[in-house]
Design a binder for this molecule. Sequence first.
Ligand code: FMN
Length: 185
Amino acid sequence: MNEVQKVIRDRRSHRKYTDEPLLPDQISALVEAAKATPTGMNAQAFHFTFVTDVDLIKKVEAAACEYIRQTGDQARIERMKGRNWKIFYDAPLCVFISADPNARWAQIDSGIAVQNLALEAESLGLGSVIIGMIEAAFKADKKEELEKLLRFPDGYEFAIAIGIGHPADEKQPHDLKPDRFSFVG
Ligand SMILES: Cc1cc2nc3c(=O)[nH]c(=O)nc-3n(C[C@H](O)[C@H](O)[C@H](O)COP(=O)(O)O)c2cc1C
């Protein structure tokens, strides 16, 4: 197996991290991986916010948790309790990808970008977890304040996020659902 194949197959979602911060070179490599993202019609209608400010990460998490509590959605609340109300699992770097909601491919582009980041992290010996749940923060009262603090460009909306750090858990590959492939011809 070549290195790229190995990185693709070895990536897992990590939900526990050490408190070791990332090095500037590691963050620079992740920025380059984000830049390498292909986008529909090369529109690049997205934006990356790299956050290492723990207080800011906690603030965004708190807003999401508050919103989730307010929904009264018990299944979701129980799931969050099981995760100690942690959304980024103390990852020392969180990257927020925001996108132009009117750009045709921006959501897909953001998905490709987040996987680029996950694979780059894996290749650097780091771990990651893609985070959609934090979307709740941008439905709450603090939406505008948070978008400003995270420097989303005007009119851009949260698309997806990722936590990256030194993993402190072991993770098995996810089960593959067998009906997800067809081969024709
Ligand atoms: C779009 C997307 C959103 C996700 N959101 C979350 C999330 O909010 N919290 C979380 O713990 N994992 C989240 N995950 C991780 C998935 O749960 C994980 O990829 C899946 O269980 C397969 O496990 P693996 O990544 O270890 O292969 C998300 C993954 C994707 C692709």
